[in-house]
Design a protein around this ligand. Structure first.
Ligand code: NDP
Length: 281
């Protein structure tokens, strides 16, 4: 029977550890502040932003909410970020993506001061990860490393296959697994004979955005399977990129959807906020 990697429990554990740290910081008169910016009223973004604010409240981080109208100009947003970059009482800045089409996302990401880039999307943060320097790491892949470590899964020397090469999941995931001494392969939509590549994996990370794509034909017996995908099916239930019912019987450990990778993203965002404050003080 496969070990079910419980992202909900692990994320709760991390949040409780952070809550204690924040309370210790407060006792020394230090308060952490995260600025959260949302442009427009995309319902999914509103839910994500709400969850981030709730997590801040639980841990004891002050959150400043900027809910800007859809027609906000790029210049207005950049000016707001510039002001927040200058403020010594603001430790982290988060701009909820996606932004409306008239705003250049890359430009906005680059405008955030790297020491406040708690999402880890700034090119300086990505570069630091690449050359093994200290910096913020994109929250979803950072959360997956925590899931593996806290479930007692060894990465060193393992064949790790990451399917997906996006800047926020696939690429940083590959770099993190490499940092943890895994032997890493990155596959993508142009990979030939994908199943022969994924069948080599001791640890498989599926991040392609295709519901229930990975069936047991893609999995080596006894592999650890991490499912990053999240999709709402017609029956309203959530599923991942992995066909859980088909794969679970052949793997040694697997993340469910929901309750696997998802809850870790916010926990790692909170962890980055605490780190940002520690770095600035
Ligand atoms: P992107 O769409 O940015 O990237 C998808 C990647 O998958 C691309 O590199 C693409 O290859 C590759 N791909 C697509 N189809 C195939 C295929 N048939 N075979 C092999 N590779 C394929 O997605 P993201 O990385 O942003 O997200 C991936 C999934 O993770 C989504 O379901 C998303 O909702 C979910 N997600 C979940 C999070 C969470 O907190 N749980 C957070 C972030 C994302 P190519 O580069 O060649 O086009």
């Amino acid at each position: 029977m496969a070990q079910i990697i419980d992202g909900k429990a692990i994320s709760a554990q991390i949040k409780d550890e952070l809550k204690q740290k924040v309370s210790d910081m407060k006792a020394q008169g230090k308060e952490i502040t995260l600025a959260v910016i949302q442009v427009g009223t995309d319902p999914a973004s509103t839910v994500y932003v709400g969850n981030k604010k709730k997590a801040c409240e639980y841990i004891g981080i002050r959150s400043l909410a900027y809910e800007l109208p859809e027609e906000t100009t790029e210049q207005e947003l950049l000016s707001l970020i510039d002001g927040l970059n200058q403020r010594t009482d603001v430790n982290g800045i988060l701009v909820q993506l996606p932004l409306p089409a008239h705003i250049d996302e890359d430009k906005v990401i680059r405008s955030i001061a790297p020491e406040k880039d708690v999402d880890g999307f700034h090119p300086q943060s990505v570069g630091a990860l690449c050359i093994g320097e200290k910096g913020f790491v994109s929250c979803t892949p950072a959360g997956i490393i925590q899931l593996l470590k806290r479930s007692g899964i060894e990465i060193t020397g393992k064949e790790c296959v990451v399917v997906g090469r996006s800047n926020i999941v696939g690429k940083p995931m590959a770099l993190l697994l490499l940092r943890e001494n895994g032997t890493v392969t990155v596959a993508h939509s142009k990979t030939k004979d994908l199943a022969s590549v994924t069948k080599r994996a001791d640890i498989l990370v599926a991040a392609i955005g295709k519901p229930k794509f990975f069936t047991r034909e893609y999995i080596k017996e006894g592999a650890v399977v991490i499912d990053v995908g999240i999709h709402r099916m017609e029956n309203k239930k959530l599923c991942g990129d992995v066909d859980y019912d088909d794969v679970a019987p052949v793997c040694s450990a697997i993340t469910p959807v929901p309750g696997g990778v998802g809850p870790m993203t916010i926990a790692m965002l909170m962890s980055n906020c605490v780190e940002s404050a520690s770095m600035q003080w």
